[in-house]
Design a protein around this ligand. Structure first.
Ligand code: TUI
Length: 313
């Protein structure tokens, strides 16, 4: 089930159905290659790059791994058209799409032989993506870090599983073998993790950010940005407190909020400003207490989940 006859492994040619989230500013060629080398699916986030910067990362990943890796397309990105072109030109095998409806790009991607796996936060979008020709969907619950929907993983995954005939990968709140086993019990055929990989040895985020994740407890994240129409989960800090205060004030304009959010993720990831930057992170951070290699992360979650499920691997 986890490995034996797993539809996601079969479809993509990977050893384990473990995806690394396509985290903006975080998921670079090194992280993606490390996860793919560990037998999972590494993903480069297109979000933080224009077409040529993305191409550089794809070429770099090709030098770091012979295994399959993918690109995450953030549909709200100003560079989305360029990113889609580059993915097709570089013959990337698989993309995940997030933060929107991928309809506009499906034909071009599929025409270029790219498998499209859509990240969805609702049954309706999952069904639409299947109709458009998605190879699988990632059902992402609101426990996740970053841009989130409103439904929890526990409620979303089985409803998506019942609504579509393509494989479903569960995301949001999963960081160990128990979470992976639970996802399979809900009908998922794989898992995607972001927060767990934030503290991976091969993850190039600033050490201040890693330490904040390592120290975080269950109740240390908050969702802000609902007023802007793109709610984002991040670790509580000075920035999220100020943002929440401004959001509650009816006189605050969307432009003021946008201005406050602009560059906040980059400040945390690159400069280590964990006070006034946005440390996007999921609710499972309390379970992430060590810096491991991607190989250790992937192998331990698969081993523990298989043991719980009673599958010999
Ligand atoms: O996309 C994500 N997670 C992200 S994207 C991101 S970058 C960003 N930075 C600042 C503000 C906004 C984004 C950080 N984290 N996950 C996949 C995901 N997609 N979660 C939820 C959705 C989603 C939500 C609504 C997908 C589609 C949707 O509706 C689209 C429609 O038109 O129905």
């Amino acid at each position: 089930m986890i490995i034996k006859d797993n539809p996601v492994c079969g479809m993509l040619g990977i050893d384990y159905p473990v995806f690394q989230g396509g985290m903006a500013w975080v998921a670079d060629a090194e992280l993606a290659a490390a996860v793919s080398n560990a037998g999972g699916l590494g993903l480069i986030a297109a979000m933080n790059s224009n077409g040529e910067q993305l191409r550089e990362q794809i070429i770099k990943a090709k030098t770091l791994t012979d295994k399959v890796f993918g690109v995450n397309l953030m549909l709200m990105s100003p560079y989305i058209e360029e990113a889609v072109n580059v993915v097709c030109e570089e013959k990337v095998k698989v993309v995940t799409t997030g933060a929107g409806n991928p309809a506009k790009y499906m034909e071009q991607l599929k025409g270029a032989g790219v498998k499209v796996i859509c990240v969805v936060a609702s049954v309706a979008l999952a069904v639409m993506c299947e109709r458009m020709g998605a190879s699988a969907v990632v059902a992402e619950g609101c426990e996740s870090g970053g841009h989130v929907g409103e439904t929890t993983t526990m409620a979303l995954v089985p409803q998506v599983v019942d609504a579509v005939n393509i494989p479903v990968i569960a995301a949001g709140g999963i960081a160990d073998g128990r979470g992976m086993a639970a996802a399979f019990m809900l009908g998922a055929s794989g898992v995607q993790m972001g927060t767990r990989f934030l503290t991976a040895k091969e993850c190039n985020i600033h050490q201040n950010y890693k330490e904040k994740v390592l120290k975080a407890k269950d109740i240390d994240t908050i969702v802000t940005g609902k007023k802007l129409g793109h709610p984002v989960r991040a670790l509580k800090n000075h920035m999220t407190r100020e943002f929440a205060k401004m959001e509650q004030n009816p006189e605050t304009t969307s432009d003021e909020l946008e201005a406050m959010g602009a560059g906040a993720l980059r400040r945390a990831v690159k400069e280590g400003d964990v006070k006034d930057g946005s440390c996007m992170c999921g609710q499972i951070a309390g379970l992430v207490n060590d810096e491991l290699t991607c190989k250790e992360i992937v192998e331990s979650i698969v081993k523990d989940a298989a043991e719980l499920i009673g599958e010999r691997i």
